[in-house]
Design a protein. Structure first.
Length: 617
């Protein structure tokens, strides 16, 4: 018999979504391999969420092959693992995360194959339930599928959804993609729970071979005889699981790299009368050895890199260090000198450069997993009982802890220091990852002081200040690099005191953060004020500006509703009679691109400032 030709696709051109439908298993395997190569090449060029996307590729290929997309709807939790989904729905990764290129997450305006959007984790089950109810109310018929990682599954929001799913009459299919990793190591009891019944990959391979016995007449009798006995013992020994007390069907240990196994359970899930949770095991980073081996999380999200060596393409200037590293070093010193110092972080230890602290001080450093709310209240509990904790968290994820900062930390006026990492424009991650809203929302909460340093020395000054400060304090810092300034003298800061960095006349520019260094280089004739504390503001210093003809507030790390509005209100109260100009980020969701492009689109570049200032003269 003539062997059928194998079909391959050029994935640098848009893939036609229906082309997957009649592929055979061996062709699906090759397609997956080609997709993984394409993901590696494009992440090496553009950066991106490499390891998660490689691990989920086979699962996504099987989903596209089996389900009727886009009629059936898949919601990817976070959405960072869905690069294969982008390719199979006709998008190329050529300009992944670049301005006007495809986003790194699901995006409704990008494709009808993206029914929902995320970037923050653990929303997929709730969203799927909403979509399923809407489907049934409208009398429509299709499947709604949520794909969620094992660590995202451990978050409270996912558990709230599951709690409701048990009695929910509108069917959804939840697929837990268990790769036994978060960004780095997976933590917590949910992971321990998965650990209990997660089967090893060699067992899964053996099981695949065993199941193949039923295909052939010569071995079928053996399969039938032994599988009955095996199932009897399995029922005896398999313990009750999380779902056994509800109407939800639970299927565990499906090999997420085995198309046959995946499609078999998809069939079962589609025919089941109520919601189904399928636990699938995959290998994070599959197809790229350094990413497969990585347990720390370096290959979760990557900057452009050399595929052969795995080294980043960007050469770092040894005179500079990253902001996260600056605060990590300060924390390190404090952890070593203070046996009661406690540090908490929700699943971003690697990004904030504090993962090694967890190893050195396992009793006082806590990676609480993706649990931003819990982390904040945990800190509040410590503070209420006499320990001053530091809560390290990305600005964008602090949004999740808003109520806990307000209701728990601020209301009781507790001495919790928030180390707010990644403030500023969202860069390549786009809308869901902006660190520009925290000042505006923290400002709405009484008792919270907010500060940001312009350089490494000031970071040390702020950190020293935080140690003695007995109330809630948020210290913000951006991503990116700052000049190393070892052995420089530090001064003691006073709450709310700003720094008059340069004394000029007529025009005063009030700003804060690293951009102040640029202002000092660019403007020798104007007064430059460094508002180290964004809140409370320095009213005595503001009063001294009453004779200036112009005051400009320049903020590239927050929206107009934040720092600028505080200063405007204060100047209003002080009856300032000169002219005021605000150049701050707009209250918008900012799409992915480079920081420079985003700043330009927001009309907040140094050139924009220069034009504005020149017009004032
Ligand atoms: C609320 C929230 N906190 C933190 C993050 C940062 N983050 C992105 S992916 C990720 C790990 C997700 O792990 P898992 O769900 O197991 O998926 P995997 O990447 O391993 O496939 C984290 C912590 C986030 N996106 N949202």
């Amino acid at each position: 018999m003539k062997k059928k030709a194998i079909r391959r696709f050029d994935l640098n051109k848009p893939f036609h979504p229906s082309d997957i439908k009649d592929l055979r298993e061996e062709e699906l395997e090759l397609l997956s391999e080609d997709i993984r190569k394409n993901i590696i090449e494009n992440c090496a060029k553009n950066g991106g969420h490499l390891a998660s996307s490689l691990g989920a590729t086979d699962l996504i290929v099987a989903l596209h092959h089996y389900f009727d997309l886009p009629k059936d709807k898949i919601i990817f939790d976070v959405g960072h693992q869905a690069y294969a989904h982008k390719i199979l729905s006709g998008r190329t990764l050529e300009n992944l995360r670049k301005k006007n290129g495809v986003s790194g997450f699901q995006k409704r305006e990008e494709s009808v194959f993206d029914p929902y959007e995320a970037g923050h984790s653990s929303t997929s089950i709730s969203a799927a339930m909403g979509m399923a109810l809407a489907r049934d109310l409208k009398g429509e018929s299709y499947q709604v599928i949520a794909v969620i990682g094992d660590s995202s599954f451990s978050n409270g929001l996912a558990f709230e959804a599951l709690n409701n799913l048990g009695s929910f009459k509108h069917k959804v299919i939840v697929i837990i993609n268990d790769n036994n990793r978060s960004i780095g190591k997976a933590v917590g009891s949910t992971n321990n729970y998965f650990e209990k019944f997660r089967l090893s990959r060699s067992y899964l391979n053996l099981r695949k071979k065993y199941r193949a016995l039923k295909k052939y007449r010569a071995t079928r009798w053996f399969y039938r005889l032994t599988s009955g006995i095996k199932n009897y013992f399995k029922r005896l020994f398999v313990r009750k699981n999380l779902f056994s007390l509800s109407d939800i069907y639970f299927i565990s240990n499906v090999d997420g790299h085995d198309f046959g196994a995946l499609e078999r359970v998809f069939g079962y899930a589609v025919n089941a009368p109520s919601s189904v949770v399928i636990h699938v095991t995959t290998t994070k980073g599959k197809g790229y050895a350094p990413a497969e081996k990585d347990v720390v999380g370096h290959w979760h999200g990557v900057e452009p890199f050399d595929i052969k060596t795995g080294k980043p393409l960007k050469k770092l200037d040894p005179k500079y260090t990253c902001w996260s590293g600056v605060y990590a070093d300060l924390l390190k010193e404090k952890m070593a000198s203070d046996p009661k110092m406690v540090l908490i972080n929700p699943a971003t230890m690697v990004g904030s450069k504090i993962d090694d602290l967890l190893e050195s001080y396992p009793d006082r450093v806590f990676d609480v997993g993706i649990s931003e709310e819990h982390g904040a209240v945990f800190a509040a509990g410590l503070a209420a009982n006499g320990i001053h904790p530091y809560y390290s968290i990305y600005s964008t994820f602090l949004q999740r802890s808003y109520d806990q900062v307000s209701h728990d930390i601020a209301r009781m006026d507790l001495n919790v220091t928030l180390l707010v990492d990644r403030v500023g424009l969202p860069e390549e991650d786009g809308e869901t990852h902006a660190g520009i809203y925290d000042v505006a929302y923290l400002m709405s909460i009484p008792n919270v002081a907010i500060a940001m340093a312009k350089d490494q020395v000031e970071a040390k000054e702020l950190f020293d200040f935080s140690i003695k400060y007995e109330h809630p304090l948020a210290i913000r810092y951006p991503r990116g690099q700052t000049l190393i300034m070892n052995n420089k003298k530090v001064k003691a800061l006073k709450l709310g005191e700003w720094k008059l960095e340069n004394k000029g006349k007529d025009i005063a520019i009030i700003s804060y953060g690293p951009i102040v260094n640029e202002l000092l280089t660019n403007y020798k004739d104007y007064t430059i004020i460094n508002a180290v504390f964004l809140r409370p503001i320095d009213e005595p210093l503001l009063r001294t500006l009453k004779d200036y003809s112009h005051i400009v507030i320049y903020d590239i790390y927050g929206t107009k509703e934040g720092f600028a509005s505080l200063v405007l209100n204060a100047l209003n109260d002080l009856n300032y009679e000169g002219r005021l100009r605000v150049m701050a980020l707009p209250n918008k969701f900012i799409a992915h691109g480079s920081a420079a492009e985003q700043l330009k689109d927001c009309q907040c570049t140094l050139d924009d400032l220069d034009k504005l200032v020149k017009k004032l003269k």
